[in-house]
Design a protein around this ligand. Structure first.
Ligand SMILES: Cc1cc2nc3c(=O)[nH]c(=O)nc-3n(C[C@H](O)[C@H](O)[C@H](O)COP(=O)(O)OP(=O)(O)OC[C@H]3O[C@@H](n4cnc5c(N)ncnc54)[C@H](O)[C@@H]3O)c2cc1C
Length: 300
């Protein structure tokens, strides 16, 4: 039995073949994947992972697609969309959320229960799973600051990992290997951070800063991680690369760590610009920039 037939019997699973997965990425570029599989139950997720293993089909998890670049040749294997695992529940001063829930919805629910601290992250267009995998952050805060535990699926069983076991670092975690899917997370908030006069200011400031500093258009946010003690955007700008373009993609005039893709852009052009920036910055400053955006498929 092939993968699609086998999974058609599974509850909470929808399988699409030769599918334009670019529709689920922020850049909107790249080719088809062999299988695009939407899961909306834990059992379904387990069935999909186990079937992929059994059939020797490589797989990766895809959530809101705001930090991935899909190759023009697509992805040979299965992209497993976890956005259907999107429950969000309030549980005595904590929030439990499925990996497919949007981070901003989790933070808004928390705020409605007077649970503060997550508001700094409200503008990040992440799902819970994507945010945990990348340890997404903004304005000095990261998602790991408001996490108590993360539940993953491993060989048919659920395992609860403590925050320490997730090995969160700057834009990294153990989940980056894509070996085991994140199923859900328990968010806990510092109760000493209550509502204060500056709460409105914090939200306004984060939104204003984002609007002021980040460009419109198709992007994946920051392309490179900030080197210790500096900002990738400042370094790229200092190398005279603001506005530099290849084909239909260019370095944003507003924020040099953003690559903006125009209509008709290809992943090859985006990747070529990433490589150009990296090489040029190294030539001029000796600094090696590390890519934050995750690649799906093969790039030359
Ligand atoms: C306009 C814009 C602004 C941005 N601003 C910020 C910012 O301020 N701060 C910041 O940190 N980032 C920012 N980003 C980048 C991006 O939003 C984050 O990296 C975010 O965490 C990615 O979440 P996602 O749901 O889109 O994940 P995806 O892009 O779908 O996936 C990212 C990674 O997570 C993995 N993953 C997703 N779900 C699961 C799961 N269930 N189990 C295991 N692995 C999983 C994927 O395999 C992939 O490796 C921005 C992006 C854009 C487009």
């Amino acid at each position: 039995m092939n993968l699609q037939k086998e999974l058609s019997l599974s509850h909470g699973v929808a399988v699409f073949t030769d599918y334009p997965a670019r529709l689920h990425t922020a850049y909107g570029t790249g080719g088809n994947c062999d299988y695009f599989i939407k899961v909306s139950s834990i059992k379904g997720l387990n069935d999909v992972v186990e079937s992929c293993k059994e059939h020797g089909v490589p797989y990766k998890f895809l959530a809101n697609g705001t930090n991935v670049l899909l190759a023009d040749k697509g992805y040979r294997g299965a992209l497993i969309s976890t956005l259907g695992l999107n429950w969000i529940k309030y549980e005595s001063d904590k929030i439990r959320a499925g990996s497919g829930a949007l981070l901003k919805k989790v933070i808004c629910l928390a705020l409605s229960y007077d649970l503060y601290g997550g508001e700094y992250l409200i503008g990040i267009p992440a799902s819970v799973g994507g945010a945990l995998c990348m340890n997404a952050g903004a304005y000095g805060k990261t998602v790991s600051d408001i996490i108590e535990s993360v539940t993953i699926l491993k060989q048919g069983a659920l395992y609860k990992l403590s925050k320490n076991e997730c090995e969160f670092g700057y834009r990294k975690s153990i989940f980056l290997t894509n070996e085991y899917p994140i199923v859900e997370a328990l968010f806990s908030f510092d109760k000493s951070v209550g509502y204060d006069d500056r709460f409105g200011d914090r939200i306004d400031l984060c939104t204003k800063l984002r609007n002021q500093t980040q460009p419109q258009g198709k992007s994946c946010g920051s392309v490179f991680k900030n080197p210790a003690g500096d900002y990738a955007g400042r370094i790229i700008e200092s190398c005279g690369l603001k506005g530099y373009g290849i084909g239909n993609v260019s370095v944003s005039q507003k924020h040099a760590n953003f690559i903006i893709a125009k209509n008709g852009a290809s992943s090859k052009e985006i990747y070529a610009l990433m490589q150009y920036i990296k090489n040029r910055v190294y030539q001029l400053t000796g600094i090696t920039l590390e890519r934050e955006v995750q690649l799906l498929g093969e790039f030359e």
